[in-house]
Design a protein. Structure first.
Lengths: 330, 335
């Protein structure tokens, strides 16, 4: 077991390291010119350009720049701009070109929005998806099952952003049936927090629960035909106990796997939801930074998201082998 | 009785009636798996409707200039006389502008819609083509050669699959643009064409890994089969074993993967254009039109609904067809 964990950890760390190198190469070694991007088009004198280059250490060898950037993530670093020293504390991902604040600070203010969005979504998608899926599995082959599965197939075939956009435009703005979306911190006003996130939660949850429903249905169908279910029935247990206590427990294992990856992915991929429902999360930050050519912010977000994804992959792998003893640890 | 005797003609002579079914069965066995799957697909009514809709969009894209000429408009001509001072169009659909005009610029909706089908389809088909080609070759090499080749390719596959693809797509756009001199220095046409290739590159870059993993798994089991061993034993070169012996056995996963990635790419292209990272003016694209049209959706619903319906119909029919293709090639998936 320990050997397996260690091996997975090494492989995860290698992916993180390569992601770091890849993002750095993309942003700073490729023939891009961050100094020119900061300096802007108008009134950019050669002197100012050189100064920016010196301050950001862009005139140093690339390998040294990379070492400094990596060291900055763990130990922090100090920049000097026109005699004024600027400290960038420990997880230093550089300074934003746009507002000169440390990137990490910006990320920290945006993260709660995305986390709130994903947390509510996670609860919804898991409960609705698994419930619908196991219900369909129990009534396999009936009209209801077929109708449900067809409608989930059709719904999940329509692009997500179209569904979200149409609901946002028609159900919250034109005919305000659902509450208008917006973000209020949970600590400030829990009621407003829920109201502002309700529509995005519902849209995300209902759209994505179709995949969970199909997945858990398949898994449940398989589990319900296993011997231990027959044994449980033979013991005289009630139908509900058999389905929800015995079958669901083992039928859920593969669902948990995709759930972990989905949550990690949606932290990085909530871009459409945030853009359409106008929530100031990480995704919106990336789009804004793109319009401003704010490379350090984009790079920082990509890095954080990649690390998160790799971590989640690792956790899911370990959890999977813990839950299901049949998984070979090799 | 002669059942089990090596000389089967004895039995046939004794029971002439039994000769018929034997021959019929051998005819049925002559069909290749691909033929069987295609026959199964042809019987699927929903799949055929989807094929019709997809063909319709392909024809619209191919004959876009002809259709626009038929209407007598171009996709880029401004008609500022047809919008009022606030930018709202003053005319609805009429004989000159079949589906009305855009707000603000007054460009023709119909012409922009038919031209908008082009980038979606071109990007999706080329990304599928590149992604599939790379995925198949990488999977074949990893699975067949094994050893270090396999380890390196598998690691790259894991790496690509663990990257946040949407974020990387967004990050790549400014980088490639600044390689070409920065977005400030590019003409709109240059920027648009750059975006076009970036999109194809990004989509195929993230699309090959999934297929490569599937192909690798299949090859791992296929390479131990007798026909591959036989080919190797008589000294067939590796390249020929890969493409002549193994590839024909991989038709099903390749076709399934390609037919499922097409709708995904159309969705991704329009989605990225909607976010402002995909195609840009002056190239007409549905995703970008949707982004603009959200500001006008109350006053000018046609403007919004045209691209929305276009994408929805195209993606929905592609996805349902992909599902039908999977069922046809792999009947086990249908429970």
């Amino acid at each position: 077991m320990l050997y397996f964990v260690a091996r997975r950890l090494v492989s995860a760390l290698s992916v993180v390291l390569v992601t770091l190198i890849a993002t750095f190469t993309l942003f700073f070694v490729a023939p891009t010119d961050p100094a020119a991007a900061i300096c802007g088009d108008r009134n950019c004198t050669q002197q100012r350009y050189n100064e920016i280059k010196r301050n950001l250490h862009l005139d140093r060898p690339k390998v040294q720049q990379f070492a400094e950037y990596t060291a900055g993530i763990f130990a922090g670093r100090t920049f000097e701009t026109a005699g004024v020293k600027q400290k960038c504390p420990a997880p230093c991902l550089g300074f934003s070109f746009k507002n000169d604040r440390p990137v990490y600070e910006t990320l920290k203010t945006r993260l709660p929005v995305t986390v709130s969005l994903v947390a509510g979504y996670a609860v919804l998608v898991l409960t609705i998806g698994v419930f619908v899926g196991s219900l369909a599995a129990k009534r396999r082959g009936t009209m209801g099952d077929r109708a449900l599965m067809t409608s989930t197939l059709v719904l999940s075939s329509i692009p997500y952003y179209i569904v979200a956009l149409m609901i946002s435009l028609y159900l919250t703005i034109l005919y305000p049936i659902l509450p208008r979306s917006g973000y209020t911190p949970l600590t400030e006003n829990p009621g407003k927090w829920v109201a502002g996130l309700l529509t995005p939660w519902l849209v995300l949850g209902i759209y994505n629960c179709t995949q969970y429903a199909r997945f858990s249905r398949g898994s449940m169908v398989e589990t319900l035909s296993e011997d231990f279910i027959r044994t449980a029935r033979a013991k005289g247990l009630s139908d509900r106990v058999v389905t929800y206590k015995h079958a669901l427990r083992s039928g859920l294992i593969p669902v948990v796997t995709i759930f972990g990856l989905d949550i990690a992915g949606s932290l990085a991929g909530a871009i459409f939801t945030e853009k359409i429902f106008d929530l100031p999360g990480l995704g919106n930050l990336v789009i804004d930074s793109l319009n401003n050519y704010d490379l350090p912010v984009i790079m920082g977000t990509v890095l954080v998201a990649s690390v998160f994804l790799v971590m989640m992959n690792f956790i899911v792998d370990i959890a999977y082998s813990l839950i299901d003893p049949r998984v070979r640890l090799a | 009785m002669s059942i089990g005797s090596p000389d089967s003609t004895v039995g046939v002579e004794e029971h002439p009636a039994s000769a018929e079914p034997v021959r019929a069965a051998s005819v049925a066995h002559g069909k290749s798996p691909t033929r069987i799957a295609m026959d199964r697909l042809r019987k699927d009514k929903l799949a055929m409707v989807c094929v019709g809709i997809i063909l319709f969009f392909i024809l619209v894209a191919v004959f876009a200039p002809l259709l626009a000429k038929l209407e007598g408009q171009t996709f880029s001509a401004f008609h500022t006389d047809l919008v009022d001072e606030f930018g709202f169009p003053t005319t609805g659909p009429n004989s000159q502008h079949w589906l009305g005009v855009e707000p603000k610029t007054g460009r023709d909706n119909f012409a922009r819609w038919v031209y908008g089908a082009r980038p979606s389809l071109i990007v999706a088909f080329s990304a599928t083509l590149f992604g599939t080609a790379v995925g198949v070759v990488a999977g074949l090499l990893a699975g067949f050669l094994g050893g270090w080749t396999d380890r390196i390719i598998s690691w790259i596959i894991d790496f690509v699959l663990s990257l946040p693809y949407l974020l990387f797509a967004i990050a790549l756009v400014p980088i490639v643009e600044s390689m070409r001199g920065g977005s400030f220095n590019l003409t709109p046409e240059e920027q648009a064409s750059t975006r076009f290739y970036v999109l194809i590159f990004v989509l195929s870059f993230f699309g090959w890994a999934g297929l490569a993993r599937i192909i690798r798994g299949e090859v791992l089991s296929l390479r131990e089969r007798e026909f591959v061993l036989a080919a190797k034993a008589i000294g067939v070169p590796t390249r020929q074993v890969l493409f002549k012996e193994l590839l024909p056995n991989l038709v099903a996963p390749i076709v399934i993967s390609a037919s499922l990635s097409l709708p995904a790419y159309v969705t991704a292209e329009a989605g990225l254009s909607f976010l402002g990272v995909g195609l840009v003016e002056p190239v007409p694209s549905w995703g970008q039109t949707i982004a603009v049209a959200t500001n006008w959706f109350k006053a000018d619903p046609i403007f919004l609904w045209l691209p929305v319906l276009g994408i929805t119909a195209l993606v929905l029919s592609m996805a349902l067809l992909g599902d039908a293709v999977r069922d046809a090639f792999d009947p086990k998936t249908r429970r």
